[in-house]
Design a protein around this ligand. Structure first.
Ligand SMILES: Cc1cc2nc3c(=O)[nH]c(=O)nc-3n(C[C@H](O)[C@H](O)[C@H](O)COP(=O)(O)O)c2cc1C
Length: 346
């Protein structure tokens, strides 16, 4: 099974069929696992390509990207050059008067290069964005936090829904646990549904698949992947954390005001920090760009200062992070473990 997931051209083994879902068939991947797009700071083209190479859907994260399509293309082309398997690009679509509009040229550029373009919607879905994605030849995914939002996204053109539960790391739109949310969303829409939030072990993956999900989106586990650019202190924080060591808060609100889940130690360190600037990140011209206390920027390799007081986004899935691992190893550990558990009931 592992050799087949890594790209063997041999016929699909019978034992893999448990993990075939509407999502894997639609997207063309072989295991129902998607890594979360986690901004260019953490989720690199190498991470996306490694997840896709292992049979999942590898996502390149652009967050609230404000640049041009020309700036976006090198990331996509780099990932494309590393794998021929399906890939995706993730964009956060913010609401509010000060939010930048989604750059249509970026959506079109992404759609022409990858199988899936995904919108994390914090506002009313705009059918024109879905037309651009479909026009470029890609599928449209939407991460939402309620059944009503899932219905609106599908009405606007979404092909797959990601239901994000309250357990999730990063910015959290969901207000209830992933299992109750999943049930409501599956009742509300007919398209494939992925579950997101707190899924960091084979048991959790098996649970959402058994509950009817077409797959899982996994974020926190991949922050500690060898291919991620997360700062070593951030990764170590995840390795040390248990499920109860995260907190849902609105504290890291400089840059974008939305609820999020973070390591409790980061919140405590930011609260105890004296001063307005916690550290710096490398700027494009070699300068150091200051990072404000309670800013939303996730610390990547090369950041300096009080890393422990920066937003160390983490889901309750942090308990599943035991060490830094290759992304392909994380995919196969989750997929093979979930499959073993599901076979007990099959
Ligand atoms: C470090 C980090 C950054 C994230 N950035 C994004 C993002 O840019 N776009 C997005 O759609 N979701 C983002 N998320 C949320 C994920 O899509 C997903 O809902 C979450 O990771 C699932 O919970 P888990 O972390 O417990 O697996 C991020 C999550 C983390 C941990």
């Amino acid at each position: 099974l592992a050799a087949w997931q890594l790209g063997s051209s041999a016929p699909r083994p019978q034992e893999a069929l448990v993990l075939e879902t509407r999502f894997t068939k639609l997207v063309g991947c072989t295991v129902p696992i998607q890594n979360a797009g986690m901004g260019t700071g953490v989720s690199t083209p190498e991470l996306a390509a490694a997840v896709s190479g292992a049979g999942g859907l590898g996502m390149i994260g652009f967050g609230t990207f404000r640049g041009s399509a020309d700036e976006l293309l090198p990331h996509l082309e780099r990932a494309r050059s590393l794998t021929s398997r399906p890939l995706g690009a993730n964009f956060i679509v913010r609401g509010g008067a000060d939010a930048p509009p989604v750059n249509t040229a970026c959506l079109a550029a992404a759609a022409s290069l990858v199988r899936v373009v995904e919108l994390f919607l914090w506002t009313t879905p705009d059918p024109r964005s879905f037309d651009v994605i479909h026009g470029g030849g890609a599928l449209a995914l939407c991460q939402v936090g309620s059944a009503a939002a899932a219905r609106r996204a599908v009405d606007a053109g979404a092909d797959v829904i990601v239901a994000q539960g309250y357990e999730a790391g990063g910015h959290v739109i969901g207000t209830v646990g992933v299992l109750p949310l999943l049930g409501e969303v599956l009742e509300a829409v007919d398209v494939p549904v992925l579950a997101a939030g707190g899924i960091g072990t084979p048991r959790a993956l098996a649970a959402v698949l058994a509950a009817g999900a077409d797959g899982a989106r996994v974020g926190t586990r991949f922050v500690a992947a060898a291919e991620s650019r997360a700062h070593p202190i951030y990764r170590q924080g995840l390795i040390d954390a248990s499920a109860s060591d995260t907190v849902h808060t609105g504290a890291f609100a400089v840059g974008w005001d939305a609820p999020h889940r973070v390591l409790r130690s980061a919140l405590e360190a930011a609260e105890a920090f004296e001063g307005d600037v916690v550290g710096a990140r490398p700027g494009p011209d070699g300068t150091a760009v200051p990072i404000r206390r309670f800013g939303v920027v996730v610390p990547a390799a090369g950041y300096t200062g009080a890393i422990e007081a920066m937003p160390l986004w983490a889901g309750q899935s942090a308990a599943g992070v035991k060490r830094v691992q290759a992304a392909a190893e994380i995919v196969s550990e989750l997929a093979e473990g979930a499959e073993r558990l599901l076979r007990r009931w099959a």
